[in-house]
Design a protein around this ligand. Structure first.
Ligand SMILES: Cc1cc2nc3c(=O)[nH]c(=O)nc-3n(C[C@H](O)[C@H](O)[C@H](O)COP(=O)(O)OP(=O)(O)OC[C@H]3O[C@@H](n4cnc5c(N)ncnc54)[C@H](O)[C@@H]3O)c2cc1C
Length: 471
C-alpha cells in the first residue's frame, strides 16, 4: 500500500503492518476499494478529492490511541475527520492514515449542572437533539450537519453567540489524545496551556475525544426563520438590517443575505431563480418577546415569503441545511467586520447582482455581544472586535464552472475587504489561503500557540490543519 510520511514522502506501508492495525482496533479499517472507503474519505466540499492510504473508523478512545501509536511507529501522515465540513478539506490527506470519528457520536447531558459531554464525531444536530430534551442548548453553529469538533476547535459561532460568546468560550474542558499517545484532560485546572490552545488553535495539539459544553436554557420554542423580498428592495432592507442590528437585544441574532431565490416551497414559483434579499432571525428568549422583537421585519414592505415564526429551536438549527448539501463545489471568502456601513451594503448589493450560480450568496452574520467582552488573551480565537462575519459564499455544481465561481468570490472579497477589522475566521479559510491568513485569524495568539505546540506536539504529528509550527 502506497502511503505518505509526515514529511510527504511516499513509501510502501507493508501488509503485515496493516493487518496488525486491524487487530489492534475495535472499529473497522478501510483500504481503497473497500466498501465504506469512499464514504469515509469524501468531505462536504467536492472540490476536495483526496485518497488516504488507510481509514480507521474509531469506536472509542482506545482506538484513537492505537492509531496515534501506529502513525508514529510507521512515520505515517495522520489526519482526522469530525463532520468533514471544513471547506479546505483539512479532514483528509493523500496517503495518510485517516481517523474517521463518525461512530463516536454519543452525547451525555447533566441537566442539573447544565453541561453536555459530546464525542468528537457528533454533528451539531446530535448535541441539539439531546440537550433540547432538557430545554437546554450549547452555543453551536447555523447548519446542523457541521461537525462539533472542527467548529469548536476553531472558535465557533451561531444564533447564541451574541449572548454567550464563541463556542470555544463555552467549553469547560476537553479530553485529548496527545502526540505521545496519552489521554489527558485539558481544562482551566488541568493542562491549562493546552486548554488555551485548543480554543481556537484547531487540531494542532492532539485528537479530541470528548468536549464538555456549558448549556443554557433555550427553547424548546423560539421565534426564528426567514423573510424575503425581491432584490430591488435590498437598499431599504439592508438599511433596516443595519439599524435593527445595532440596537437588537442580545437574544436577537440577525443575518442578512442576498442570492437567487432557491426553489423552496415558501417562495412563489415565479420568483425561483430571481435575485432576492432575505433576513434570517433568531430570538432565543421568550417567544412573546421574540415576536415583538421581529415585528418590524415582518411588517416591512411587501415580502415575497415569510417563515419567521415560533418554531422548535432544533428545527431552526437545521433550517439552512438543505442549502448546503454535501457534494457540491464550494469556495468562500470571509472577513470580520466591526460595523455595517452604508457603503458596505452598497457593495453587497453590487456583488450579489454578479452572482454566477443559483447556490451562491453574500451573507452578513451578526455575532457581536458577549464575545466582545472578553480579552484578546482569553483564547487564541481572539478577534474580540468582531461584530459581524462577511461571507462571500460561492457554490456550484460542475467542475467546468470552477473558474467563474471562484473568480466571483475573489472579486467580491477584494472589493469589500477594506471593511474588515483585519481579522478573519480560521474555520472559513479555503485551501488556497496561505499562512498570512493564519496571522489574520489568530493574530497575536500565534506566538503563544507555537509554544503550546512545542510542548504538546514537538514533532508536528498533527499537521493536516491550519498548521502551527512548534516554536
Ligand atoms: C455548511 C457549513 C456551515 C457552517 N456553519 C458554521 C457556523 O454556523 N458557525 C461556525 O463557527 N462555523 C461554521 N462552519 C465552519 C465549520 O466550523 C468548519 O467547517 C469546521 O471545520 C467543521 O468541523 P468538522 O468537524 O465538520 O470538520 P472536519 O472537516 O472534519 O475537520 C476540520 C479540522 O478539524 C480537525 N479535527 C476534526 N476532528 C478533530 C478531533 N477530534 N480532534 C482534533 N482535531 C479535529 C481536523 O483535523 C481538521 O483540521 C460551517 C461549515 C459548513 C461547511
Amino acid at each position: 500500500m502506497r502511503a505518505r510520511t509526515t514529511e510527504g514522502c511516499e513509501f510502501d506501508l507493508r501488509q503485515e503492518a496493516l493487518d496488525g492495525l486491524k487487530t489492534r482496533l475495535r472499529g473497522p479499517v478501510f483500504l481503497p476499494g473497500d466498501i465504506g472507503y469512499d464514504e469515509s474519505r469524501t468531505v462536504w466540499n467536492s472540490m476536495i478529492d483526496r485518497k488516504p492510504a488507510v481509514i480507521a473508523r474509531c469506536i472509542g478512545i482506545a482506538d484513537v490511541i492505537e492509531c496515534v501509536q501506529f502513525a508514529r511507529e510507521n512515520e505515517l501522515l495522520l489526519c482526522m475527520k469530525g463532520g468533514g465540513h471544513n471547506i479546505a478539506g483539512l479532514a483528509t490527506a493523500d496517503g495518510a492514515l485517516m481517523l474517521d470519528m463518525s461512530l463516536m457520536r454519543g452525547v451525555w447531558v447533566d441537566p442539573q449542572k447544565k453541561v453536555a459531554r459530546a464525542q468528537p464525531g457528533c454533528l451539531l444536530g446530535d448535541v441539539d437533539r439531546e440537550t433540547q430534551v432538557h430545554g437546554l442548548a450549547a452555543v453551536l453553529g447555523f447548519v446542523s450537519l457541521t461537525g462539533i469538533a472542527g467548529l469548536t476547535l476553531g472558535g465557533g459561532f451561531g444564533y447564541l453567540t451574541r449572548r454567550w460568546g464563541w463556542t470555544s468560550d463555552n467549553v469547560l474542558g476537553m479530553d485529548v489524545v496527545t502526540a505521545s499517545g496519552r489521554l489527558v484532560r485539558a481544562s482551566s485546572d488541568e493542562n491549562a496551556d493546552l486548554f488555551w490552545g485548543l480554543r481556537g488553535g484547531g487540531g494542532n495539539f492532539g485528537i479530541v475525544t470528548g468536549i464538555d459544553y456549558v448549556l443554557y436554557p433555550v427553547g424548546p420554542e423560539v421565534v426564528g426563520g426567514l423573510v424575503a423580498w425581491p432584490a430591488g428592495e435590498a437598499p431599504r432592507v439592508l438599511e433596516l438590517y443595519r439599524t435593527l442590528a445595532e440596537t437588537a437585544p442580545p437574544e436577537l441574532t440577525l443575518v442578512a443575505l442576498m442570492r437567487l431565490a432557491p426553489p423552496a416551497p415558501w417562495l412563489p414559483t415565479g420568483m425561483h431563480g430571481k435575485p432576492i434579499v432575505a433576513l434570517l432571525a433568531c430570538h432565543s428568549g421568550r417567544p412573546e418577546e421574540g415576536e415583538k422583537a421581529v415585528a418590524s421585519i415582518k411588517a416591512f414592505g411587501k415580502p415575497i415569503g415569510d417563515v419567521l415564526r415560533r418554531r422548535p429551536y432544533a428545527q431552526l438549527q437545521s433550517l439552512l441545511d438543505a442549502t448546503q448539501p454535501k457534494g457540491r463545489r464550494y469556495y468562500w471568502k470571509s472577513e470580520y467586520v466591526s460595523r455595517i456601513e452604508p457603503a458596505l451594503c452598497e457593495k453587497v448589493i453590487e456583488h450579489a447582482a454578479r452572482i454566477r450560480s443559483p447556490h451562491s450568496a453574500v451573507i452578513l452574520f451578526q455575532i457581536g455581544g458577549a464575545l466582545n467582552r472578553l480579552t484578546e488573551e482569553h483564547s487564541p480565537v481572539g478577534n474580540r472586535d468582531a461584530r459581524y462575519v462577511l461571507n462571500v459564499a460561492s457554490s456550484w455544481e460542475q467542475a467546468g464552472e470552477d473558474a467563474a465561481n471562484v473568480e466571483w468570490a475573489r472579486d467580491a472579497w477584494n472589493d469589500m475587504k477594506s471593511f474588515s477589522t483585519g481579522g478573519t475566521y480560521i474555520n472559513f479559510l479555503t485551501e488556497d489561503e496561505g499562512p498570512e491568513r493564519n496571522q489574520a485569524a489568530l493574530g497575536k495568539g500565534l506566538g503563544r500557540l507555537a509554544k503550546v505546540k512545542a510542548t504538546w506536539d514537538p514533532q508536528n504529528l498533527f499537521r493536516t490543519n491550519r498548521n502551527i509550527k512548534p516554536a
